[in-house]
Design a protein. Structure first.
Length: 132
């Protein structure tokens, strides 16, 4: 009960609407809409954090001293257990998340799904290129 209250408060304060679009994934083909699972609107919390990774390679003598730094963005969409129960299906890797309330309605693919012990889902996302 306390978890549900905390989740509701978090979504009320920081949540936004997203469209979850189920897709079928196949090797070597572009993901297509999944006719067995309908697109749904869901409220959750989107987060995007800058991340830096250092890459170290082989070096000889004075060549290639130092490291290469790669900057990236870690993006996730958190859905409360109550929202998960209302979906009617479980999100899958490759499904699309679109954020219509943000400028340009950015689109992301679900790269991984991390369920919590309380039934919430943390969807790890990768940005998708959209043809203009």
């Amino acid at each position: 009960a306390m978890d549900a209250l905390a989740s509701d408060a978090a979504v009320a304060g920081f949540g936004e609407e997203a469209v979850l679009i189920p897709r079928r994934n196949g090797q070597y083909v572009e993901a297509a809409a999944d006719a067995d699972r309908m697109a749904v609107k869901v409220r959750g919390i989107f987060s995007a954090l800058a991340a830096a990774s250092d890459l170290r390679g082989q070096s000889r003598g004075g060549e290639f001293t130092g490291t290469t730094r790669v900057l990236s963005e870690q993006t996730a969409f958190w859905i409360s257990a109550a929202q998960v129960a209302e979906l009617g299906f479980r999100p899958a890797r490759g499904d699309q998340i679109r954020l219509p309330e943000r400028c340009g309605s950015p689109s992301y693919a679900i790269a991984a799904i991390h369920p919590t012990s309380m039934g919430d889902l943390n969807l790890l996302l990768v940005r998708e290129d959209v043809a203009e």
